[in-house]
Design a protein around this ligand. Sequence first.
Ligand code: FAD
Ligand code: NAD
Length: 482
Amino acid sequence: MTALADLPADVDLLVIGGGTAGLVAAKTAAGFGATALLVEAHRMGGDCLWTGCVPSKSLIAAAEAAHSAVDPRALGVATGAVDVDFAAVLAHVHGAIHEIEPVDSVEATEAAGALVVMGRARFTGPRAAEIDGRAIAFRQAVIATGSSPDVPDLPGIEGVEVLTSDSVWELTSRPERLVVLGGGAIGCELGQAFARLGAQVTLVQRNARLLPKEDPDASAIVAEALVADGVDVRVATTVERVEGADDRLSGILHLSTGDRVPFDRLLVALGRRPRTAGLGLDAAGVRTDERGHVTVDESLRTSNRRILAAGDVSGLPQFTHTAGVNGSIAATNAILGLRRRIDRDAVPRVTFTHPEVGAVGLLPSEAEENGCTVSEVRHRHTDRAIADGRTSGFTRLVIDGRGRVLGATIVGPRAGESLGEASLAVRQGLRTSDIASTTHAYPTYSDALWNAAVADVRGRLRSGALARAIAVLARITAWRMR
Ligand SMILES: Cc1cc2nc3c(=O)[nH]c(=O)nc-3n(C[C@H](O)[C@H](O)[C@H](O)COP(=O)(O)OP(=O)(O)OC[C@H]3O[C@@H](n4cnc5c(N)ncnc54)[C@H](O)[C@@H]3O)c2cc1C
Ligand SMILES: NC(=O)c1ccc[n+]([C@@H]2O[C@H](COP(=O)([O-])OP(=O)(O)OC[C@H]3O[C@@H](n4cnc5c(N)ncnc54)[C@H](O)[C@@H]3O)[C@@H](O)[C@H]2O)c1
């Protein structure tokens, strides 16, 4: 690690933030031979490693193990009483973090050629910053400071020490009665996981459905799954007031429906706000939008052309893969002077509930307005899903008039894995005939994607000029073989 006193007076690229976006940006710039300095105020690796993807997916894995042991559809295998050792579950969560941590470490970043300093950076001018009071000049900079959980000012909420996705990993025991506010990705993933680990969970969602950015049928399947896991799902419901108890941890939630829900802990998952406080954006001439995100153009440059932004702070989709890809694009554009553009059309996303919801490109509900059709295979017709006893999902492809795949939504076990193929198809403009003519291993869930493509190709072969050509060819062949 570079000591503050040893910093060079100026650098080619100053990267603020050592989460996914900043790590990739710094390593990419160093790979081009530039002097890249990464500044991290807290922990290398950022939210994904410490409080986001890694702990949440590790908790979900433990929850899945608990669920499989008690699943009534356990396929003829009876198990005894399930004992969830919450401390051991959290040990697994922290173990996963520590196993992955070296990849994002100071050492790994320096080995890739970047300089790393631990400290808090802020801009002091359009080409100048300071790190814990030490001045540094930069030719260009990347803002990659991420986002934090948003805890809105709900009446009475100040009387309770709420949990957020930052603090939930510090629990030492499982809350018996957990209320989760928010039915987006975090609320659904963690709400289901805690329920499967034995907590009594109530999930309160303001919107009329869970995961409102996804296909409505996906929302319905996830809601059914949560209810089956014992979650008390309250949609189209808001919080009137939070009544805190003396311990400041527990209390009673007063809902818009008139119901009162007592809780031992309250987990707030109501979206995130960009981390820009104290960053000196005004001094740098960097503008933000109405939600406080750093405004970027299609090549990730801000209103100060020497400063770019990537990751959650930029207001683009808040995913680790987006942060990484855009961190790379920002550094490439900065150091090589290019205008590589971000991809807005083929950004995959997966909500890791059981079943998972994976989506890329156009939603099925957007098909008609875009002149597209939807080809669907329900997983009750997919042999692998039948064999697994997990038939509630579906695979839907959104297809344009020329047979190109413009979107996909997949609901099912490990939907995120099948989504890779759909993402490739959307990104590369592949047609359903490309997928249909590729042999898919049987029996897999990607068989559903293949069958959705085959169904579309069959439909095309049965209509229009192609159908007439096929009929003529068949008649000629029959005549030759007579
Ligand atoms: C519970 C949860 C689960 C998630 N699950 C997934 C998932 O399964 N898949 C997925 O793709 N995404 C997931 N996400 C989203 C993902 O974690 C974020 O999109 C991603 O971490 C954003 O990366 P980033 O680099 O933009 O920001 P961050 O990871 O937040 O990194 C920003 C870094 O900047 C540092 N910093 C801030 N200000 C300064 C400053 N002034 N000076 C120096 N350093 C500073 C911070 O300390 C931090 O380390 C999840 C998020 C949460 C909360
Ligand atoms: N699997 C993943 O990739 C993954 C997992 C977790 C988080 N994330 C990222 O983190 C971001 C933040 O997640 P999140 O779940 O906190 O936010 P979110 O914006 O996805 O969902 C918040 C939900 O809270 C609801 N809401 C808002 N105010 C409310 C209120 N007062 N009472 C009840 N409900 C209210 C909204 O209707 C919304 O559906 C996500 O958008 C995603 O980009 C990704």
